[in-house]
Design a protein around this ligand. Sequence first.
Ligand code: TRP
Length: 323
Amino acid sequence: VSTIAASHAGLRDPELAQRLRGALGTRPRRLPVECFYDDLGSALFEAITYLPEYGLTRAEWRLLCRHSSDIARLVPSALEVVELGSGSGRKTRLLLEALARRRPLPYRPVDISAAALEACRREMAGRTGVTVDPLPMPFLEGLSAAIEMRAPSSAVLVLFLGSNVGNLEPPERDRFLSAIRRRLRRGDALLITADLEKDASTLEAAYDDDAGVTAAFNRNALARLNRELGADFDLAAFRHRALYAARERRIEMHLVSERDQTVRIPALGLVIALAAGETIWTESSYKFRRGDLAALGRAAGFSGTAAWQDDEWPFELALLVAE
Ligand code: TRP
C-alpha cells in the first residue's frame, strides 16, 4: 500500500510542505497521506496486514487465490502488469505466477517506498517468467513511465489493490480513476479491490487493534514531522481513535491531543495550538457495497467485466476493462 503522490525529498519537498501547511494549519486539521509511508510506515503497514482484527488482507488473498486463473483467462495473454502501491508484493505473487504461465510477464511495481520495492523484488526473485522492474515514484508518474515502456503489442493490466481506492475522498477518487483511464488504451484493464461495509464494531477493531500496531502506524506520521521537520509534537499525549461513520460509510482515523499543547513545526514556519480533545484527522477508509466498483469504473471509462466477493470478510475484487 502506498500513496498517490510524494517525493524523494521526504516531507521537505516544497509542494508537499505547502500542502502540509494547509492541512495542519486549518481546522479540521488533517494530514496528507504521503506522511505515512516512509520506510518505517511501510513496515508498520506490512505488520497491520498480519493483525487478527484486520481481515482485509486475508480476504483479498482468498479472492486472488480463488480467481487468479479466471483473471488470467479474461485478460489478453500478451500482457504487462503495473501495480500501484505494491508494498511487499506478497499477495500479488500468486496472481503474477498464474499470468506468467502463458508467457514471460513484465511486472512494474510503483511505490514511493524504496524499502517496499526492494522487499517486492526479493519476493519475486526466482519466480519463473516474471521480470521485475520497480518504479520508485508516485502512482500516476509511475504509471506514465510504465506506459512509455510498454511493448506496442501488449495490453497493460493495472493493479490497485488493498482497498486503497477507499483512502481517497470521493472527488479525488473519481479524478484518480479517470487519470488512470486516460493513460490506458482500449482493452487495457484495471484490477481493483474494495472493502465492503460491515458492522461498526468489526470495522473499528480492524482499525484500532489490541496490539496497538495501527495506533503506531498513525502516530508515526507525527513522529516523522518531529524527525524530518523539527516539530515538537508530544507523541505520548496523542491517542489513536478509529470511528465508523455509517452514513458516510467510512472509517475515520484520528489522533486526539489529550491536553492543550502548542506545537512548533519550524521547517513549515508553523505554530499550532491544539486544545485538549482536539483531533488531527489523519485518514479515512471508505467502505463500499457490492457492485460499487463496476459503477465507479463506468464513470471513469471502464466496463465492469467481472466481480467477485469474499463472504467470510465482505470484500470485493473487480476486473474493469478500458472502453
Ligand atoms: N487501504 C487500506 C485500508 O483502508 C489500508 C490502509 C491505508 C490503512 N491507510 C491505513 C490501514 C491506515 C490502517 C490504517 O484499510
